[in-house]
Design a protein around this ligand. Sequence first.
Ligand code: ADP
Ligand code: MG
Length: 553
Amino acid sequence: VPRVEKHQFQAETQQLLHIVAKSLYSDKEIFIRELISNANDALEKLRYVQLSAGGEQVGDDKREIYLYVDDINKTITIKDTGIGMTKKEAIDNLGTIARSGSKLFIEELKKDKTNTDDGKIIGQFGVGFYSAFMVSNSVEVVTRSYKKDEPGYRWTSDGSGSYEIETLLDDVERGTSIRCHLRDDCAEFSKEETVKQIVKKYSNFVSAPIYINDVRVNNLRALWMEDAKSIKEDEHTEFYRFVSGQYDKPRYTLQYKIDVPINLRALIYIPQYKPNIFDVTQESDVGVALYSRKVLIQPKANQLLPRWLRFVKGVVDSEDIPLNLSRELLQDSNLIRKIRLLLSQRIIRFLQEQSKKDKAKYQEFYEDYKLFFKEGIVRTADQGEKEDIAKLLRFDSSREEQGNLISLEEYIDRMVPEQKHIYYLAGPSRELCENSPYYEAIRQKGYEVLFVYESHDEVLLMQLAEFDKKKLKSVESELETDTKKDDTILEGDARSLSQDEANQLKQWILKQFGDKIKNVKINTKLDQHPCIITTNEMGAVRHFLKTNLLQRN
Ligand code: ADP
Ligand code: MG
């Protein structure tokens, strides 16, 4: 047997190699992530065989990853002390693209029913290794299997038609070492600082220790994978600061784990920080990063949450997401849509729970973040989603002290029996709302009225239109529809004008104002006010008055 053999890549492998090297990944830097993931898989596999070896000697249990960069020779080397490869494994796994030795390994594990712990191995698509050819003139793999009496091998290729495999005569450490001889335009990946940043970005949470030129770089625990009870508050704070890039603390923390209908691990924070108007108006990215098995896929995963939730920070991890999914694919993936729905519903439910647990804290949060909720309601066309978000809204109410806010659900719970709708009144202040003739008319019926003071609140409530099958009605429009039936004075009301007098007054007003007004109606519902002037578009008038008054002051 010759010591060096030359092999041709299979025809499909050659074609695929070209695609991977040229266009599968959008960023070249991710080859580091892929090679580290493979190294981590090799370490995990070693752990499995050591656990199940039953006394068979598989060597020491050191499980570490070393990166060496050499910016003079323009190389980067990724080395692990993992399971290694036999000659056949190297030929099968490195010589054939889209063949994943890791996937086969997981399938073997699954045959053993007592083993439920297969979630730690990352690879399953069999393309990651080839990303090394995006940046390399040639790739050199030195490997020795953990199996007894196996020699070491050197596998080399320039990523075009063929590869060579050489049996090594000297001693080789167990594990695999992959050296990339970088192309000139990719020489940056032989710079220590650059590589350190890339490792921290993508592989900071890989379980095995990672060293660059013998200095440890990854040091954070992947908290989202851990048991919620085991995490201390200051660990959350440290982690929150890492994911958010902010220096405040989490105000709320939500850890969310499900396995059905999809695998999902999420750690979501709401910042202590009070957003300013700039934060609200700018179209910033969402603050949630997408991981798969602790490896970063996308730092700001905009598709993962609806726009209005862009203020939350954190991490979402799903085993079901392939690592090599490109940004474009992420966008219209069904899976991502599912995750978005699950997450946003869970966050809404979580906030409702918090509101019940500690009303004052929630109310403070609400005052800080309400503009996001309102935006969410106005932005979506989906009534179900509007009403979901509306559960988070809080209102000043005629039945409560000012500033003691209530939810729409609370309002509905205490509606009087014959009441059909939810009533609100928009006005510049609580005092003016309470003195409004519109409010007077509705209060007499014993109905509670929500008071809103911002001009956008009217637009919001009109857009929402309904909540829990009850219409949201402005008391102004209610009164207008009510008065259509009127124009008659009740007999025997001593405080009132007679029908004749009232009719005369009406004719006189009509004549005086001419075409400045549309109509005059007689109304007997008012108690404290002599009359009301209404218009079709009360909101617009209020806006006009407000801006004019402001100018005058
Ligand atoms: P995947 O990781 O999705 O399986 P890759 O193309 O990244 O696909 O790797 C192909 C296969 O090569 C792996 O499944 C594994 O069997 C083998 N392999 C790659 N890197 C290593 C390594 N460092 N140690 C041992 N085996 C490796
Ligand atoms: Mg891989």
